[in-house]
Design a protein around this ligand. Structure first.
Ligand code: GLN
Length: 286
């Protein structure tokens, strides 16, 4: 019996490399590294272990997961959708095609929140378009707060709830299906309203990588040159903010001046921005 139960990491890696080889060559990617990432993330082991422990026994169930993840990768799916894992602020998230993959750039918003609210207690936050829940969950992990997290997508909310449980903050977040503020009672007041809204314009879509096109369009695209949601959210947010409360946006490359102008025209004061690691003005807040 050549039991698949007896599969060893070394031979599984070899198989994965063979699946990836041509695809990665066509796309200028390093198939050996991708193979290690896929395998280590699915097995929950670190990369070093995946490289060194060739004799590790692989269960049939894990083997099947690894092979289908590798095949999925060759169909232009981002790695995170193949392994169903993404990392944000050092936390682990479950992701699938229902949600945008959390980006490092978005960590800029959490850094701003920590700078602003570090010593404060019992904070109340709102996260508009929570997607995977990464913003809401990171806020709960690093600050003393409760969050209302809304999304228009029921499927995204299911993912966000799962992530809140995974990260042990389910009791701190109230999830609401809502188109922007639609289902948020105006009696609620927040210390800050966060949003990383869709901000890619129709014109920019042709410039997007084919892997990005696997992410939900609803999470990416915005009319009015990518600025529609900033305008809509900023317009409605004021009545939901406590006195001295903040609106905190992630903005796209080259959008910060436009978003600052929107905020200024709506009467917001103290308008600031923070750059991401690539030195792009990524977070605009007021
Ligand atoms: N809030 C989520 C994130 O920052 C989802 C954002 C979105 O779907 N536009 O990743």
């Amino acid at each position: 019996m050549n039991g698949s139960k007896d599969k060893k990491l070394g031979s599984v890696l070899e198989e994965v490399r063979n699946i990836l080889k041509d695809y990665c060559a066509e796309n200028g990617e390093d198939y050996k590294r991708i193979a290690i990432l896929l395998v280590s993330q699915i097995l929950n082991i670190d990369k070093t272990q995946a490289i060194l422990e060739k004799n590790l026994t692989i269960e049939e169930e894990d083997y099947q997961k690894i092979i289908s993840a590798a095949k999925k990768y060759t169909m232009d799916f981002p790695l995170q959708y193949c392994t169903n894992k993404a990392y944000f602020m050092g936390l682990e998230f479950y992701v699938d095609e229902n949600v945008l993959i959390p980006r490092f750039d978005t960590e800029t918003l959490i850094e701003v929140a920590i700078e602003l609210f570090n010593r404060k207690e019992n904070l109340n936050f709102l996260d508009i378009g929570t997607g995977s829940g990464c913003i809401a969950i990171a806020l709960c992990k690093f600050l003393d707060c409760k969050v209302i997290a809304v999304d228009i997508s029921e499927n995204a909310l299911m993912v966000a709830k799962k992530n809140a449980k995974l990260n042990g903050v389910f009791d701190k977040i109230h999830f609401v299906k809502s188109n922007l503020f639609e289902n948020i009672p105006p009696s609620l007041k927040f210390d800050a309203i966060f949003s990383n809204p869709p901000y890619i314009s129709e014109d920019e879509i042709s410039m997007l990588d084919k892997k990005v096109l696997k992410e939900p369009k609803q999470a990416l695209l915005s009319k009015e040159n990518g600025l529609y949601y900033f305008q809509e959210i900023a317009k409605n947010a004021r009545q939901y903010l406590k006195k001295g409360g903040y609106i905190i946006f992630e903005v796209g490359y080259r959008q910060s001046q436009h978003v600052k102008k929107i905020l200024q025209d709506l009467g917001y004061v103290d308008i600031k921005s923070k750059n991401d690691l690539n030195n792009i003005e990524r977070c605009v807040y007021a």
